[in-house]
Structures are given as structure tokens and as C-alpha cells.
Design a protein around this ligand. Structure first.
Ligand code: ZN
Length: 186
């Protein structure tokens, strides 16, 4: 038991450390650590007239960008890329869970948020997803999607809401716990 506890503690420590890394202001320079879908990558900048981003699944995110680009230009391009990648995942995961939960979101939007991983407007049937989630493991994104879609069945975080989550995503408590280590308001 003690060993298991220790392992858990180490895991927790590691994930907090990893997340603090992701929250640091980025400079978009080579050798900087960036997270993507829960994996750690090293940024590798390449001079190129045409901007693009390529992922080497083992280690690197190659960021091709004109050498005269300012920090703001690099940040804008990079965040746009993150947005596109998150959109791809949402286009796959939202319909999957809409089918299972038997609800439909009229609109799913991506937003940079400081205090929440997601939110929903019950009446407008609209869901907001935090852009940061594309840096987290996909199970975390999936949990937030399920959480927000279940709100269309139950507005508040009551007993019924929790039993619906238990039904659709039995491991939701673990994902919630992992996410809440970082943003407390969710
Ligand atoms: Zn909620």
C-alpha cells in the first residue's frame, strides 16, 4: 500500500511540474518545452518563408517560420495551429459523445480561458472549450466534452448529474481530479 501511495504522489508531483511548464510564458524559441495532447515536445525553430508546423512523434515540434517574425506573430501562428488541432479533435469527439449521450450541441466554440476548462449555455445549447485542453491528454478533453454535454440533461452539479457521468464515463472522477489540480474553478 505504501509503495502505491508513494507512486501516486510522485505521479501527482510530476504532472503538476509538467503543467507549470506549460503555463510559463512562451518565447517560441528552439529547445523550449511545449505540451501537445499530453505529450512533452521540444520546440525546434526553422527559418522558412512559409510558416508551418510539423510534429515528429518522438520528440520535436518543428516550427517553420520567417526569421524576422516577432514574438506576437509567432504566438499568433502557433495558437492558431493549436486551435485547428483542437478543432479536429472536437469534430471527432463531440459527435461521438452526442450519439452516446443522445443530446446535440448547436455550437461548439474554442476559447482561451483562465479559470475554466469548459462551459456551456443550456438554453443556447452552446459549449465553450478551453484552448489549453489540446495540451492535455485527450481523456481530459473527452471528460470536459462529456461534462458539458451532460449539462444539457442536467443543469446543476447534483446527484443526478454525477450519476449520469458515472454512467457515461465511469473514470470521470480521476480526470476531474487531474484537471482540478491546476484550475480550481472548474
Ligand atoms: Zn459543470
Amino acid at each position: 500500500m505504501e509503495k502505491k501511495k508513494l507512486e501516486l504522489l510522485q505521479k501527482k508531483k510530476k504532472s503538476i511540474h509538467n503543467f507549470l511548464d506549460t503555463m510559463k510564458t512562451k518565447e517560441y524559441v528552439s529547445n523550449e518545452v511545449h505540451y501537445f495532447k499530453g505529450k512533452k515536445y521540444i520546440l525546434n525553430l526553422k527559418d522558412s518563408k512559409r510558416s508551418r508546423i510539423e510534429i515528429d512523434d518522438k520528440k520535436y515540434i518543428y516550427f517553420y517560420v520567417p526569421s524576422n517574425y516577432t514574438l506576437e506573430q509567432k504566438q499568433k501562428y502557433y495558437e492558431n495551429w493549436l486551435r485547428k488541432e483542437l478543432k479536429k479533435e472536437l469534430e471527432r469527439l463531440v459527435p461521438k459523445w452526442e450519439k452516446i449521450i443522445e443530446v446535440k450541441a448547436r455550437e461548439v466554440r474554442i476559447k482561451k480561458m483562465k479559470t475554466r476548462w469548459g462551459s456551456c449555455n443550456f438554453y443556447a445549447r452552446r459549449i465553450w472549450i478551453n484552448l489549453e485542453l489540446i495540451k492535455r491528454p485527450l481523456e481530459h478533453l473527452e471528460y470536459v466534452i462529456v461534462h458539458e454535454l451532460v449539462h444539457f440533461l442536467e443543469k446543476s452539479h447534483n446527484k443526478r448529474f454525477k450519476s449520469l457521468l458515472d454512467l457515461f464515463l465511469p473514470q470521470w472522477r480521476l480526470y476531474k481530479q487531474e484537471l482540478n489540480q491546476f484550475i480550481l474553478d472548474y
